[in-house]
Every structure is written in structure tokens, then in C-alpha cells.
Design a protein around this ligand. Structure first.
Ligand code: ADP
Length: 700
């Protein structure tokens, strides 16, 4: 009974108000393990089985004892969703996202702070004081320690927090084969269970039939029949496929069957500025949607909302949907068990398929959930053995890679966790990696990495290791040291740089997201490189290793170049055969990297600081340099600025001197009034703050 929990009345009331009367079995186990008494607990329980409540009990008791809790989420998109969920509890909640800034210090006034592991790492690197007061750390989806990109940050951050304040750890994990190793690492009690609030039937679809593991069957071995079956039974379906294109195509073919229009189709159409948005609106009118990372976030959220309110029959999604967002369905159909990788097609890990399966069955609404894996041409028996009857694979630390270590060795030294080679090795000895591989020796890679950091002038000294000013800056900026080394090198070597010089510089870093070269792209990029030879620093020759890789990064630079040339976002996406969301994410990433480049240029006292700064402004606003003065006015984005400029109003000064009616003609009366008001006020405000300008870019 939740009334028996050792928590204050307010907290118990909040649980009761949610309809939580008695604890689910794994929750009870966690309480018996001491989660309300500051004990470390690892909960390895299936999706949607009430892990969050376990975390809440831990956080609430920490706060009642005068402490502070940190909830670490795996995805930025989940941070605000989790924080909103915690707002029903008697605690002050804040979210910390984005780049480090002064406001992060004030977040310490709250009881519970939600952030990604990268953000927490950044708070630690910047020496934010309240981090030392954290007495309870929850890590959601701790099995992501296995992820080569993000896992190392998660485990290193946990090790840092442990050194700083030795908090209670509540680690939530999917059911994995070696959850006991997490428990061993964290000195925690392991709560492991496959209990679920709604029964889950799992089966493989082959030869026209699904055979479930409880002996029952259902009709169909194709997406259409399987979705139709769920809908006819009064439920909804989630269909997982392996690419964005497939998600869209599958949704379109389902929508053409007609599942009843959803009300938000019109809204999406009205706000759709891209072809993808139009296609989504069409699907919604057929009662179906698609969901993938190339969708704009407001459209993604709209899709999740209409599905939860049962206004559409099905969502066709890439696996990102399974990773976090709570959208359960009667039936989950996993159409593809293979996915693309750099080396060709590879089978999905069992863990991931189980997470998709786990989205089946809505408590209180469905008698049971149904998870179906479509066999297609594969051997159905093998699939059944692996994905239906089999165990998820164990989780392995990915910390031993050079990329992970160069970042984390620098931050360990720069933020004072180690001041010698031995100190670094000692700190790394407290990570999950060291727990898992007690006999492994990291000293070789660490020496390599320290060599690189010394050559790049980021650390210095032999017995006594310290970070240089550059090293501190790189660590605080949260840059991969290799990115910083490349950017600094280009800033130093550039002779007569243009914006393109620095667009290429940030595009060719490991911190920029890749774009793939499509057929014919390599020739186009090669031609572009030749035409712009004077503007590109360190251009590799076609005989160099990594030349292909460089061409791919050049493609990103060209996308950014088109954006700063005031091309339309949709047209850029079309021209380069990428999703509209891909353009936006590259622009945001470049904005951040150019901000970092500005700091680096200043630090090395470069004569090109002005060009770097203007490049960043151009990326922020998506404009050519002649519009840079106009876009400083709040409310004037790339489109409005161009309109004013073409009418002869080229600067803020021009705008102040001009007749108000002319501005009204150009921008419409309401906008004109606002803009003229702003430009009067904005006299001394030379720098715009970054948030305002991002908003402005979005508006335009
Ligand atoms: P997980 O974090 O394991 O994916 P959630 O914590 O999101 O799962 O729980 C899924 C749903 O179950 C939520 O809607 C939650 O309110 C509900 N829930 C959790 N614990 C209980 C309980 N003891 N009794 C009733 N409902 C519960």
C-alpha cells in the first residue's frame, strides 16, 4: 500500500491522485531493497512496468531529507517530458538543457533537476556548485552504457558524481543479461524482474499466421493485415521499420486503405512548410502517421498526442520511438529485424527488439499486449529462438576507445579529478569499464591520448599534469579535443578566409553529424572543392586516406553554405537528397560549433575573429552578410530582412529613418509596428542573445 511508504503525506497523496494505490511487485522489491532509505538500487525491469515510480520514491525521500536529486535522461527530448511528469509531486523541478550558461548555477534552487548525461558532464566541467549537493542520482536507461557514442559519457559522469558527493544511485535498466554487473559496480541491490502490468504475447508472423508464445494465433504475415487485425479488435498498432523512407512509405500505403481521418491532419497541413509535413498531413487524413527523427519536433509531438488520444489507428516508426516516449499500443509489429550500418545490413540486438515489443499493451485498456515480428524471407524458427524465446545480450562498456578517452582524459585533468598520468588511470579505475574488465590495461591508450593532447597544447607537464588555457576552454565548451585541434589549426593557417572556410572547418569535425554521399555527390563535391580551393584550408588530396570522408563533410559545409546563401530549407533538402529535419539539425550544430570556434579564435588571438563571428551570425539567421545588421532586430528573420533590403532599407539606421507606412506595406501593419518598436529600443543592444535568435530563425 503506498500509504505505508516512508514518505510525507503530500507525496503519498500525489501517488494516490494518479491511481497508484499499491505497488507493483518490482516496486515493492525496490522499497524492500532500501530505495527510500538511501540505498543504491539497480532496477532491471521491462519497459512500462513502473520503473519511474521506483526513481520517484528514491528522489522524494532524498528531498525530504534535505537533499537534492538529479535525474539523468538519455535523450534531450525526454528531459521536459520527465520534468513535466515530476511536477505533480511536492518538489521543485527544473530542466537543464542546451549549452552551459550562467542560469545553470541558479538551477540549484530546485529539488529535482532533469538533464542528459552530456549536460550533467558539462555542469561538472564548468564547476557548477550545486552538483556537489546532489544526494540522489537516477540514471534512466543505464544499459545505454553499451552505446559507443554516448555510453562512455554516461559512465564517466556517474564516476565523477560519485567522487563529488557519493550520492545514492538509482539506476534503471531494461532487462539485460548482466544487470548484476551494474549492481556490482554501484554497490547496489539488484531488483530484476520480468513482471509486467499487462501480459505480453510475443510471436513471429510467417505463412499467413502469427503463432504466439502462449499457443494462440492471429491472422496475417504482412503489415496491412496485422494492423487491420489490431484495429478490428478495438486496438491500435505501432509498426517499427528500419528507415525513415520505409516509415513514410508504409504509413502511406496503410493510409490509402483508410482508417478514418484524424482531426490534426488540418493543423499539420497548415503548419507544414515541407514536403514531409504535407505527406504527414495526407497520412493523418487516412488515420495513420509516421514518426522518425527527420520530422520537426512539433510534428513528432502532434503524432504522439493523436495516437495517445486514440485518434489514429497506427504509427509507422523508426526505432527512435521505442527508445523513450510513452506511446503504448495494443499491437506492436516489428517489420524489420535488420538495419543498415556502415558495414552493410546487420540484425537488430535482442534488447532493442524487446524494447519495441515492450510498447505493446496499455494498462487498463488492453487485456494483453501483442508483439509480432514479421519473418519475411528469414528463417522463422531462428527468429523465434532469438527474439521471442531468447535473452537480451549483455552490456559492454565502450570506454576503451581512443575517441572516448581523448575527451574524457582531458576533462578529468581539466576539472581536477586527476593531476598526473597515474591519477587519470586511478580515476578510470572507478568506471564501469574497470569493473567489467578488471584485468584490462588502459595505460597504452591513455599514453597515446595524452601524447595527442600534449601535441595539441591542451595539457602540459610530465609528473604534474595540468590543462592549458586551451585545454580548459575545450573541456568547458564540451568539444571533442580532435574537433578543437582541427578548428584551431585551420584558424591559424587561414590566410584570407571567408565564411566558407569556417563552415568547412566545423563541418569536418567529429562533433558534426555526418551526411551521406548519394550517387553522384562525390563528383559534385570534388568540383565544388576545386572551385573554392582558395577558401578551403588543409584540403586533402584525392590520394589521401579519408578523402571520401572529407567529401562527406564538405557536403555538410555546402548545405550550410546554401543556408547562409538564403536558399529555402526545403529546396536545400531536396537538392542534397536529405530530410528537412537534417538541414535544421546541421544548422543548430554548426551554430554551436561556430560559437566554440569564436572562443578558440579569441584564445589564439587570431586576426580572423571577425570573420568567425560573422559566419556564426550568418548561420544563426540563414542570411548573406549584407543582411546581418537588419536581422539584429528582434522579429526580423531572413525573409523579412531580405524584403526590407530589396526595398532599399538596408540597415537598422535606414529602418529608423523610414516612413512607418512603407514598413507596414512591406511587412504588414502588425509586424511593422512591432519591428519599429524594437528598432527604437534596440539602439545599444549590439549582441542578440542566442535563444532569441534561434526563435527568430524558427519564425522565419
Ligand atoms: P517505465 O518507467 O518502467 O517504462 P512507467 O513508470 O512509465 O514505466 O509506468 C507506466 C505506467 O504505469 C505509468 O502510466 C504509471 O503511472 C503506471 N504505474 C506505475 N506504477 C503503478 C502502480 N503501482 N499502480 C498503478 N499504476 C502504476
Amino acid at each position: 500500500d503506498v500509504r505505508d511508504l516512508p514518505l510525507g503525506d503530500d507525496a503519498v497523496e500525489a501517488f494516490l491522485a494518479d491511481g497508484v494505490e499499491s505497488l507493483y511487485p518490482p516496486q515493492e522489491e525496490a522499497v524492500n531493497a532500501g530505495v527510500a532509505d538511501g540505498e543504491n538500487v539497480v532496477a532491471a525491469v521491462p519497459t512500462a512496468s513502473g520503473k519511474t515510480l521506483i526513481a520517484e520514491i528514491g528522489m522524494l525521500s532524498a528531498v525530504e531529507d534535505g537533499g537534492k536529486a538529479l535525474y539523468v535522461v538519455p535523450l534531450r527530448a525526454l528531459a521536459s517530458e520527465k520534468a513535466d511528469a515530476f511536477r505533480r509531486l511536492p518538489v521543485d523541478v527544473a530542466v537543464s538543457t542546451g549549452d552551459y550558461d550562467e542560469r545553470d548555477e541558479q538551477l540549484g534552487d530546485n529539488d529535482v533537476i532533469v538533464a542528459t548525461s552530456e549536460k550533467v558532464d558539462s555542469l561538472v566541467r564548468n564547476g557548477v556548485s550545486w552538483v556537489r549537493d546532489v544526494s540522489c542520482v537516477v540514471t534512466d536507461e543505464v544499459h545505454l552504457i553499451d552505446d559507443p557514442d554516448r555510453g562512455p559519457t554516461l559512465e564517466v559522469t556517474m564516476a565523477k558524481l560519485r567522487r563529488l558527493s557519493d550520492p545514492q544511485f538509482v539506476a534503471l535498466s531494461a532487462t539485460v543479461a548482466n544487470a548484476d554487473e551494474f549492481a556490482g559496480w554501484l554497490d547496489a541491490v539488484l531488483v530484476e524482474s520480468d513482471w509486467r502490468p499487462v501480459d505480453l504475447k510475443k510471436g513471429v508472423a510467417v505463412d499467413g499466421t502469427v503463432e504466439f508464445d502462449d499457443g494462440t494465433t492471429a491472422e496475417g504475415d504482412d503489415v496491412e493485415t496485422l494492423v487491420r487485425g489490431a484495429v478490428d479488435g478495438g486496438g491500435q498498432a505501432l509498426v517499427f521499420v528500419n528507415s525513415r523512407r520505409s516509415a513514410e512509405a508504409t504509413a502511406e500505403s496503410l493510409a490509402s486503405l483508410g482508417f478514418g481521418a484524424s482531426g490534426v491532419g488540418h493543423e499539420v497541413r497548415d503548419s507544414a512548410t515541407t514536403e514531409t509535413g504535407e505527406r504527414l498531413a495526407n497520412c493523418l487524413e487516412g488515420g495513420v502517421a509516421f514518426h522518425h527523427a527527420g520530422l520537426r519536433s512539433e510534428h513528432r509531438e502532434a503524432v504522439e498526442d493523436v495516437f495517445r488520444s486514440r485518434d489514429i489507428a497506427a504509427i509507422c516508426a523508426t526505432p527512435t520511438l521505442a527508445a523513450g516516449v510513452n506511446v503504448p499500443a495494443r499491437r506492436v509489429v516489428v517489420r524489420d529485424h535488420m538495419r543498415y550500418s556502415d558495414t552493410g545490413m546487420e540484425p537488430l540486438p535482442v534488447l532493442e527488439v524487446h524494447q519495441m515489443f515492450g510498447r505493446a499493451g496499455r494498462p487498463g485498456l488492453d487485456p494483453h499486449g501483442e508483439a509480432v515480428l514479421v519473418a519475411g524471407n528469414a528463417d522463422a524458427d531462428e527468429l523465434r529462438e532469438k527474439y521471442v524465446e531468447g535473452e537480451p545480450e549483455p552490456v559492454y562498456s565502450k570506454l576503451a576507445s581512443r575517441k572516448a578517452l581523448r575527451t574524457h582524459v582531458l576533462s578529468t585533468v581539466a576539472s581536477g579529478f586527476a593531476s598526473s598520468r597515474e591519477g587519470v588511470l586511478d580515476f578510470l579505475g572507478a568506471t564501469f569499464y574497470a569493473h567489467q574488465e578488471p584485468d584490462a590495461d588502459l595505460s597504452g591508450t591513455v599514453d597515446d591520448v595524452l601524447g595527442f593532447l600534449r601535441d595539441a597544447e591542451m595539457v602540459e607537464g610530465d609528473d604534474e599534469l595540468t590543462a592549458t588555457d586551451l585545454g580548459h576552454t575545450v573541456s568547458r565548451l564540451y568539444l571533442d579535443p580532435l574537433s578543437a585541434e582541427r578548428i584551431v589549426d585551420k584558424i591559424r593557417k587561414a590566410d584570407d578566409p571567408t565564411s566558407l572556410t569556417f563552415l568547412e572547418a566545423v563541418a569536418h569535425t567529429p562533433d558534426m553529424y555526418r551526411l551521406y554521399l548519394r550517387k553522384g555527390d562525390d563528383e559534385k563535391m570534388y568540383g565544388f572543392a576545386q572551385d573554392h580551393e582558395d577558401e578551403l584550408v588543409n584540403q586533402p588530396s584525392e590520394f589521401d586516406r579519408g578523402f571520401e570522408d572529407w567529401l562527406a563533410s564538405l557536403k555538410t559545409a555546402v548545405v550550410l553554405h546554401d543556408w547562409t546563401d538564403e536558399r529555402d530549407e526545403e529546396r536545400i533538402a531536396e537538392k542534397h537528397d536529405v530530410a528537412p529535419g537534417d538541414v535544421r539539425t546541421r544548422v543548430e550544430r554548426a551554430d554551436w560549433l561556430l560559437y566554440a570556434a569564436e572562443s578558440l579564435a579569441e584564445l589564439v588571438d587570431s586576426p580572423h575573429q571577425r570573420v568567425v563571428h560573422e559566419t556564426r551570425l550568418r548561420v544563426q539567421h540563414g542570411v548573406r552578410d549584407e543582411l546581418l545588421d537588419l536581422v539584429r532586430v528582434r522579429g526580423v528573420g531572413r525573409v523579412r530582412a531580405r524584403r526590407l533590403y530589396e526595398a532599399g532599407i538596408e540597415t537598422r539606421d535606414d529602418l529608423r529613418g523610414v516612413n512607418a507606412d512603407r514598413v507596414a506595406d512591406l511587412l504588414g501593419p502588425k509586424t511593422a509596428e512591432r519591428v519599429l518598436d524594437e528598432v527604437g529600443r534596440d539602439e545599444d543592444a549590439d549582441e542578440m542573445d542566442a535563444t532569441a535568435s534561434v526563435e527568430q530563425t524558427e519564425q522565419s
